[in-house]
Design a protein around this ligand. Structure first.
Ligand SMILES: [Zn+2]
Ligand SMILES: [Zn+2]
Length: 594
């Protein structure tokens, strides 16, 4: 969040709390922070409210804004704070937690016990708060302020505590910024991949199959196939080899690799057969390392050995966290493990980086940053300081050499090593975690991977884990939102819809379709007894890139009248010429239509 927006949003939260206290006497106050894109405040209200109540609160807020009430800071002793908030049980709870150090001023756990607390007062309203605030309420631009929605939230996020009413609002530096934000919100709703997935007939979820297990239609499958094919083709060019390692693995392997201890909660329950326990594969690494061992004795001369696989993995995501394609229980990773020497980490990282850039650029994800996740102090990590340091140094150095901007997240590493995650911004400015590159000094030793080094000694290889798009399902969900369902021509499930003007043009329509199919275009003929305009509208709603209208004139001239899904009319074009144009666009994976 832009730092200058924090005091603005925080001040708006106080103003909202004052307005609610006036309109709902007896309301009890919870927390009211500034958040990404706005602010909220939690209340225990004397009666339930609905979104219809928001305009009145907003109107009262705007009056308070006009009053230009200064925000005044005060430092109160614990006793004075208790007296100040005597009628506010949640604030008393917070004062008590601050005084014992059970909670810090920003809700963090375990802080130093406070001897005094900070408050801010404007008009007749005082809140427990560390600030910062604006100088006075008049600095809030009233026309850039809007209340958005209502939700339920437990006090301190604990469902054993009372449930409060959370009111979300937003405020920006100007009306223009507010309007842009509201446009993005609206646009995000329109682009929601769960909604578009249904409308475009790409995928479904069924109660008979189970939660988080998507079913793909022929249209959805062709998009999956093309996405994976593109990565596979690019990987092959970059010297990766593809393998296949199935869906089930003996649990013992995960005990060896460390996943059993570190990842068990994310695995599906065990299956037992004749005393042997199996698990659905939650990741490929142990399988690839086992395959590496089975492939015979290895030498440094074969390195780097790059093993890639499109494998469907099964992860036990909590039901409540499942969301469309972006959080599923069956996900197909474009996974790869590179077996290499320590000296090769940097060049392999660079290779993976270039591959990732090539793929993301094609989808116009050109704005991304990298999060470098390091070990931090928590106990979940395998102890081997020297190896961790070496891996961390290698990743930092690779990022620096490649001039990639990154920020560090302590304590976010995988249990076996540090990782670099790519956070890409979509056209609405939302961040998605897609690609990842991870360095592993731990698992290969546990699984007993070895190679003959240059000096003839046996050594353990380093393994670099790498995924380009992350998972096919999640990436498809993101792509649907990125393109608002209007896929680039090379990816569109149906690229061309042929629209015969009358039944007598059906024969020519079928001829055109056959010509185009012969060049691998995905073509349909709309043979319905609908009017031409209705057919064009339906094809447009399906976001089909080209509508080819054929009637007497077109038949005569061996041409097609081309309409784009954008509404543009290219008029009649000779069939050969159209075919050449479309082929070039597909071959270049262009985002253009002409
Ligand atoms: Zn405040
Ligand atoms: Zn892996």
């Amino acid at each position: 969040m832009d730092d200058k927006l924090i005091p603005l949003r925080h001040s708006a939260a106080h103003v909202m709390a004052q307005a609610v206290m006036e309109l709902y006497p007896g309301a009890k106050l919870g927390f009211g922070p500034a958040i990404e894109d706005g602010f909220y405040y939690d209340f225990e209200l004397p009666r339930a409210i609905t979104p219809d109540d928001l305009p009145a609160i907003e109107a009262r807020m705007k009056e308070i804004v006009k009053g230009k009430h200064p925000f005044q800071h005060a430092e109160l002793s614990i006793d004075a704070a208790r007296a100040q908030f005597a009628a506010q049980p949640f604030k008393l709870d917070q004062v008590y937690a601050l005084s014992t150090g059970a909670m810090g001023e920003h809700g963090e756990t375990a802080a130093k016990p406070a001897e005094s607390v900070s408050t801010y007062t404007h008009a007749n309203f005082t809140d427990l708060c560390r600030g910062p605030h604006l100088a006075h309420t008049g600095e809030i631009p009233a026309d850039a302020l809007k209340l958005l929605s209502i939700a339920g939230a437990y006090w301190r996020g604990d469902e054993k505590n009372p449930q409060l009413t959370r009111i979300y609002g937003t405020v920006w530096s100007s009306k223009k910024e507010l309007d842009e934000y509201l446009w993005r919100l609206e646009e995000a709703k329109k682009r929601d991949h769960r909604k578009l997935g249904r409308e475009l007939g790409l995928f479904y979820f069924s109660d008979d199959i189970g939660p988080g297990l998507p079913l793909f239609t022929p249209k959805g499958e062709i998009v999956r196939y093309l996405m994976e094919d593109f990565v596979r083709e690019t990987q092959t060019k970059y010297g990766y080899q593809h393998v296949w390692t199935g869906h089930m693995v003996k649990e013992d392997l995960y005990r060896k690799s460390g996943h059993y201890d570190n990842y068990r909660d994310s695995m599906f329950p065990a299956m037992e057969d004749e005393g042997v326990v199996f698990r659905l594969k939650p990741m490929n690494c142990p399988s690839h390392m086992t395959l590496f061992n089975e492939m015979g004795k290895h030498s440094y001369r074969e390195f780097p050995l790059r093993m890639a696989e499109f494998a469907t993995l099964y992860r036990y995501e909590k039901r409540g966290e499942l969301s469309g394609l972006t959080r599923v229980r069956a996900l197909t990773q474009d996974d790869c493990h590179v077996f290499c020497t320590e000296d090769q980490i940097e060049s392999e990282f660079t290779l993976a980086l270039n591959l990732i850039r090539k793929v993301l650029d094609t989808y116009k994800f050109t704005d991304y940053k990298v999060r470098l996740s390091l070990r931090g102090d928590t106990g979940k990590y395998v102890q081997d300081d020297e190896k961790w340091d070496k891996a961390t140094r290698a990743l930092r150095s690779a990022l620096d050499t490649n001039k990639v901007e990154y920020f560090v997240a302590e304590g976010e590493a995988a249990f076996y090593g540090p990782k670099a995650d790519f956070l890409a911004r979509d056209v609405l400015g939302r961040e998605w975690q897609l690609s990842t590159i991870q360095v592993d000094f731990i698992q290969p030793a546990r699984i007993g991977c070895e190679y003959v080094a240059e000096d003839g000694s046996m050594r353990t290889p380093v393994v670099i884990h790498r995924a380009v798009t992350g998972s096919t399902e999640r990436f498809l969900g993101v792509l649907i939102e990125q393109f608002a369902g209007a896929f680039p021509v090379w990816l569109a499930p149906v690229q061309m819809m042929i629209v015969p003007i009358a039944d007598r043009h059906l024969e020519y329509a079928n001829f055109v379709a056959a010509q185009l199919r012969a060049q691998n275009f995905r073509v349909e003929v709309d043979t319905r007894a609908e009017r031409m305009n209705a057919k064009i509208r339906d094809a447009q709603l399906q976001k089909i890139p080209y509508m080819l209208v054929v009637g007497d004139k077109e038949e005569e001239a061996q041409a097609v009248a081309v309409r784009l899904r954008t509404g543009e009319d290219l008029k009649a074009i000779p069939l050969d010429q159209f075919r050449a144009m479309a082929k070039k666009i597909v071959d270049e994976k262009s985002l253009e239509l002409k």
